[in-house]
Design a protein around this ligand. Structure first.
Ligand code: ACO
Length: 279
């Protein structure tokens, strides 16, 4: 794995299974440059198979989560450079959507501050999102005469209500973390001073679950959204069988034993006792 110092636009912070992937251009409000996109592709590819990382938290250094695509480096500097533009587009889409939305490990967007434009794609791609109460969200594209491109329009049409997506995309008005939580763009918001602890607490709760069951569950919740009921029934039956055979912990058998024979846990109230518990 690259050492964190090998990256210049992002940094990695590992904390007992929780790996913070930090967009690290605070002086530019973590605007996403072609180089940042390239580093993110590399980092996420590595973390996905690294044992040390159980949950990935995406966040930003300083005042911003991310101010969106870098208007200078992503857009203007590549105007006359078709190859550079194509590469930047490919990398940008790869990590912000293709990689994150299919990630093998749970992902949390920790929105610490400004979140604009193109930053909505990784926000929506992550499995979960937690915001600071005073974070500032905005679909600002309309303010500078473009539309929410890449796949931002599609992202917000999926994750936000139709009325909210239309309203905020057409007005460019900002909203804060509390509003984002009320409209369920994020799972919840907390005061900024508590954001990191609340995120780690949530990540640790996820780490107690059987990893294979968690992975299959998040894949299923995403996949069935685009299926009819018959397709969903077939798919879910097949995935249930696959999970049963592919789970290295054989969690289902163990949980059944603990519930029926040992009577040592109640599945309705918490997870079974896994042999290898997280710290
Ligand atoms: N692209 C390039 N540079 C940026 C971006 C951006 N998206 N956002 C901020 N910066 C730069 C500024 O140009 C400035 O650079 P400078 O110090 O060299 O002048 C630096 O970051 C700090 O920005 P300020 O505007 O001074 O910071 P402030 O905290 O006052 O405001 C805010 C932050 C509100 C985020 C403001 O910078 C802004 O509106 N940025 C653009 C947000 C946006 O519209 N994003 C969508 C981009 S389009 C897309 O993603 C598809």
């Amino acid at each position: 794995m690259n050492t964190p110092t090998a990256f210049t636009n992002i940094k990695l912070q590992r904390e007992d299974g929780v790996t913070f992937v930090v967009l690290n251009r605070p002086e530019k409000r973590n605007a996403m440059s072609p180089e940042l996109h390239r580093e993110m592709c590399e980092a996420l590819d590595e973390l996905e198979t690294e044992d040390e990382t159980k949950v990935v938290v995406l966040t930003g250094a300083g005042e911003a989560f991310s101010a969106g695509q870098d208007i200078k480096l992503y857009f203007r500097s590549t105007e006359e450079d078709a190859r550079g533009r194509a590469r930047a587009r490919r990398d940008s889409h790869h990590w912000r959507w293709e990689k994150l939305s299919k990630y093998a490990k749970p992902t949390i967007a920790m929105v610490n501050g400004f979140c604009f434009g193109g930053a909505f794609t990784p926000l929506c791609a992550c499995d979960f999102a937690i915001a600071a109460d005073d974070a500032t969200f905005g679909l600002s594209e309309v303010n500078w005469a473009i539309l929410p491109g890449g796949i931002v329009s599609w992202n917000v049409a999926q994750v936000m209500s139709f009325r909210d997506a239309m309203y905020y995309a057409c007005t460019g008005e900002t909203f804060d973390g509390k509003q984002a939580a009320a409209m369920k763009l994020v799972n919840f918001s907390v005061p900024r001073a508590e954001l990191r602890d609340a995120t780690v607490k949530f990540a640790r709760m996820l780490m107690k679950k059987n990893p294979a069951a968690l992975r299959y569950t998040k894949e299923c919740i995403r996949a069935v959204r685009n299926m009819d009921v018959q397709q969903a029934a077939d798919y879910l039956n097949a995935k249930s069988d696959a999970l049963r055979y592919r789970d290295p912990e054989k969690g289902r058998a163990e949980a059944t034993r603990q519930f029926l024979d040992e009577k040592s846990f109640k599945p309705g109230l918490g997870e079974y006792k896994r042999k290898k518990q997280v710290p």
